[in-house]
Design a protein around this ligand. Structure first.
Ligand code: ADP
Ligand code: ADP
Ligand code: ZN
Length: 214
């Protein structure tokens, strides 16, 4: 059976953390538009040049840029049997466009998992987030590496995302409420949404998502 899944939730909800584990368990690609855009910025591509200023300001990258990236990604063979989107779609326009892309390929979404976390926890999670170039991510308190500042997986030096500052986080939360939260209703009307409590430990959230997918 195919798994075509969207993880919805505010910035800091744990989408990336959960997406890595769930996609691994199900054997489907984890498609994070945030990771793809950050990689484009780091490589200095055309997409990266278009995206950078929006990302640093905590604003959404224009739909046409993001949709170009997603369309290309979905044509890759590993996405044929399923995928797990993390951070996409983020606007009703993106959700409509995804619907059209899938329909054209005779495909449909199977699940939308909404990760619910109290707002006051989000800022704490994001301000403690630390990343590694290899793709691993940590939290200084909730998911610390064995040696502070060093990646367990590759020994690389951990860094903080340019947009993980308190001011930018407030902006991203405001954008989430205005542009992305309406997608909970959008997909609820299609009967696709399961909400899980994301305010508990990482492993408990994983178990809740796996149960919701059954
Ligand atoms: P978070 O995990 O904190 O929610 P992401 O890594 O998903 O953040 O996204 C970081 C930034 O990348 C966003 O603030 C936005 O500028 C841009 N971005 C990522 N995905 C999208 C998208 N689907 N549409 C528009 N902008 C996006
Ligand atoms: P998102 O992709 O939704 O922005 P992340 O998966 O990057 O969120 O998680 C944000 C931060 O919170 C990271 O530092 C991560 O280690 C931490 N985190 C994720 N899930 C939990 C959890 N259930 N409890 C505590 N901290 C968490
Ligand atoms: Zn690493």
């Amino acid at each position: 059976m195919g798994h075509r899944i969207i993880l919805l939730g505010p910035p800091g909800a744990g989408k990336g953390t959960q997406a890595k584990v769930i996609a691994g368990k199900l054997g489907i690609p984890h498609i994070s538009t945030g990771d793809m855009l950050r990689s484009a910025v780091a490589r200095g591509t055309e997409v990266g040049k278009k995206a950078q200023s929006y990302m640093n300001a905590g604003l959404l990258v224009p739909d046409e840029v993001v949709l170009g990236v997603v369309r290309e990604r979905l044509t890759q063979p590993d996405a044929a049997a399923g995928f797990l989107f993390d951070g996409f779609p983020r606007t009703v326009e993106q959700a409509d466009a995804l619907g059209v892309i899938l329909e054209q390929g005779g495909r449909h979404l199977d699940n939308v998992i909404n990760i619910d976390v109290p707002e006051e926890d989000l800022v704490l999670r994001i301000s403690g987030r630390r990343m590694c170039k290899c793709g691993a991510s940590y939290h200084v308190k909730y998911s610390p590496p064995k040696i502070a500042g060093i990646c367990d997986a590759c020994g690389g030096e951990l860094y903080q995302r340019a947009d993980d500052t308190e001011a930018t986080v407030r902006e991203r939360l405001a954008v989430y409420k205005k542009e992305t939260k309406p997608l909970i209703d959008y997909y609820s009307r299609k009967g696709l949404v399961r909400t899980v409590d994301g305010g508990v430990g990482i492993d408990q959230v994983t178990a809740a998502i796996m149960a919701a997918l059954e």
